[in-house]
Ligand binder design. Structure first.
Ligand SMILES: *Cc1c(COP(=O)(O)O)cnc(C)c1O
Length: 464
C-alpha cells in the first residue's frame, strides 16, 4: 500500500449522473406520498441517496468493459468459471453456487442445514438472514457481545461473539440442535462493527469441539479485514487480501451479497467446502434461482462481479471506502450529534433515542428522524430500529431492540466529499429543531420485513 496524507480515493471520475434538486415543498409532498417511509420515495425525488450501500456501487471502467465480454450461454458460461476461480483464489472456499443476491444464498443454505426446532446462534440478527432461518424451522439466538448494544462503548470489536453466551446455548439446547454458528463480518445491524480474528479462531475451536459448523455472512468481509489490519495486534503488515483469505479459511460455508463489498449492482453466491452441501445447493438453486452456472445472474454480471471482487480487496480502495465513512462520522460528532461509536465501515448510525429523547420507541423515533432528514435536504437515510426488528412471532408485540438507529449508508465510489459535507450540515439543521419533532403511527403494516413497505402518518398533522 502506498502511503498518502489522507483517505483520498485511488480513482478519478470518468462519467457523471445528474441529480435533481427539489424544494422543501416538493419534498414534503413526496414524503407524504411515500407514507413517511424513505423506502417508498421515488429516487428521482432524492438528492443524495444514502439509503443503502446495497447495489449502489459505481463500477470501474474495467468492470464495464467486463460486461462486454458476457457469455450468455444458458449453461457453462465462461464468466461463471472466471467467478468460480476468483472465489476459490480470493475467498478460499472450494465450491461456489451463484444466486441472484445474498438472500437467495441464505434461503438455499438455510433449507439445507436447518431442521425444525434447531437453534442458530449469530453475532446479531440480520433481517433476511433471520427470516430464512425461521422459515426453515429454526430459531435465531443473538450471541453478540454486550458492547454491541451500547452505542457509547468504544470497544474495537463490537462484532465479536460472546463465547460464554455461545457455550451456554450449546449447554442448554445441545449441540445436536445447533446446525451452525452464523458469523457476519462487519455486523450491519450493530453499525458496521468488526469481529476480530482472535474471536473467530476461538469460536472455531468451540464449534469443532461440538461438531458444529460455521457459516460466514461475508457480505462486508473486506471492510472487516481493514479494521483487523488497523486494530488487531499482529495484522498491521498483512494486506486486506491476506486477512480476508484467513477469515474465510476459518469457516465452512458462506453467503455473499455481491451488492456490497464486491462493487457490483446485483448478484450473490453461496460458497462451501463441503461436497454434500455443494451438491444439495446445486440441486436447490435450479428450483429457486436458475441453473447452477448462473443462478439468476447474467453472464456479464458474473464477469463484473469477478473483477469487482479483485478490486474490492485492494488496500487503497478499502482505505478510501472506510475513510469516507469515518470522515462523515467525525463531522457529525463535531456537530454534537449522537452516533454509534466507533464509527463503522459502511455507514454512520445516528442514535435516534438520544437525538429525540422526548419520543418513546412506540412513536418510532428512527423512522421519524429519517423522514425529517429527507424533508430537510433531500438526503435519504433509513430506519434501523423497532420497525426493522418486526414483531415477536409468539406474543405479537413489537420486538424492542435496544438500538433505535438511523442508518446513513455510503455507496462505494459514488459521492464526493462535498456531498458528505452537505449531508452532515443538513442533519445538524434537523438537530437544531429536534424538539419540535413529534413522531409517527402506522397506517399500513406488512407481515414480512415490514420496514420495506410500511406506511405511516404524523401524530401531529403537517409534521413528522
Ligand atoms: C444485504 C445483506 C444480506 C442480504 O443480501 P441481499 O443481496 O440484499 O439479498 C445479508 N446479510 C447482510 C449482512 C447484508 O448486509
Amino acid at each position: 500500500m502506498i502511503k498518502r496524507r489522507s483517505w483520498a480515493e485511488p480513482w478519478k471520475i470518468k462519467m457523471v449522473e445528474h441529480l435533481r434538486m427539489t424544494t422543501r415543498e416538493e419534498r414534503l409532498k413526496a414524503i407524504e406520498a411515500a407514507g413517511y417511509n424513505t423506502f417508498l420515495l421515488k429516487s428521482e425525488d432524492v438528492y443524495i441517496d444514502l439509503l443503502t450501500d446495497s447495489g449502489t456501487n459505481a463500477m470501474s471502467d474495467r468492470q464495464w468493459a467486463g460486461l462486454m465480454i458476457g457469455d450468455e450461454a444458458y449453461a457453462g458460461s465462461r464468466n461463471f468459471f472466471h467467478l468460480d476461480d476468483t472465489v476459490r483464489e480470493y475467498y478460499a472456499y472450494k465450491h461456489m453456487v451463484p444466486t441472484h443476491q445474498g438472500r437467495g444464498a441464505e434461503h438455499i443454505l438455510s433449507q439445507i442445514l436447518i431442521k425444525k426446532g434447531d437453534f442458530i446462534p449469530g453475532n446479531m440478527y440480520f433481517t433476511t438472514t433471520r427470516l430464512h432461518q425461521e422459515l426453515a424451522g429454526g430459531t435465531f439466538v443473538d450471541v453478540i457481545v454486550d458492547e454491541a448494544h451500547d452505542t457509547e462503548s468504544e470497544f474495537p470489536f463490537k462484532g465479536n461473539v460472546d463465547l460464554k453466551k455461545l457455550e451456554n446455548l450449546i449447554h442448554k439446547v445441545g449441540a445436536e440442535n445447533i446446525p451452525y454458528i452464523c458469523i457476519a463480518t462487519t455486523v450491519n445491524m450493530a453499525g458496521g462493527q468488526p469481529i476480530s480474528l482472535e474471536n473467530i479462531k476461538a469460536l472455531r475451536k468451540i464449534a469443532d469441539q461440538h461438531g458444529i459448523s460455521v457459516v460466514h455472512d461475508m457480505t462486508r468481509v473486506a471492510e472487516n479485514a481493514w479494521f483487523i489490519k488497523e486494530r488487531e495486534a499482529g495484522y498491521a503488515d498483512k494486506s486486506v487480501r491476506e486477512i480476508v483469505h484467513e477469515i474465510c479459511s476459518l469457516t465452512d460455508h458462506a453467503t455473499m451479497s455481491a451488492k456490497k463489498d464486491p462493487l457490483v449492482n446485483i448478484g450473490g453466491f453461496l460458497a462451501t467446502n463441503d461436497e454434500d452441501v455443494f451438491r444439495k445447493a446445486q440441486n436447490l438453486v435450479v428450483i429457486y434461482e436458475g441453473l447452477h452456472t448462473y443462478g439468476g445472474m447474467a453472464g456479464r454480471d458474473m464477469e463484473a462481479l469477478a473483477i469487482g471482487i479483485k478490486e474490492s480487496l485492494h488496500d487503497d480502495h478499502i482505505q478510501a471506502r472506510v475513510g469516507q465513512t469515518q470522515y462523515l462520522g467525525n463531522k457529525l460528532l463535531e456537530y454534537g450529534i449522537p452516533i454509534v461509536k466507533p464509527i463503522g465501515s459502511h455507514g454512520v448510525f445516528i442514535d435516534a433515542k438520544k437525538f429525540l429523547p422526548h419520543l418513546s420507541q412506540d412513536v418510532f423515533p428512527a423512522q421519524t428522524l429519517a423522514a425529517e432528514i429527507y424533508i430537510e435536504a433531500g438526503v435519504r437515510t433509513m430506519e434501523r430500529g423497532i420497525i426493522s426488528a418486526g414483531r415477536n412471532k409468539a406474543t405479537g408485540d413489537h420486538n424492542r431492540p435496544k438500538l433505535e438507529l438511523v442508518r446513513i449508508t455510503l455507496p462505494r465510489r459514488v459521492y464526493t466529499q462535498a456531498h458528505i459535507d452537505v449531508t452532515a450540515e443538513s442533519i445538524a439543521d434537523v438537530y437544531a429543531r429536534r424538539e419540535s419533532i413529534k413522531g409517527l403511527r402506522f397506517t399500513y403494516e406488512p407481515e414480512y420485513l415490514r420496514f420495506f413497505q410500511a406506511r405511516f402518518e404524523p401524530l401531529e398533522p403537517g409534521k413528522a
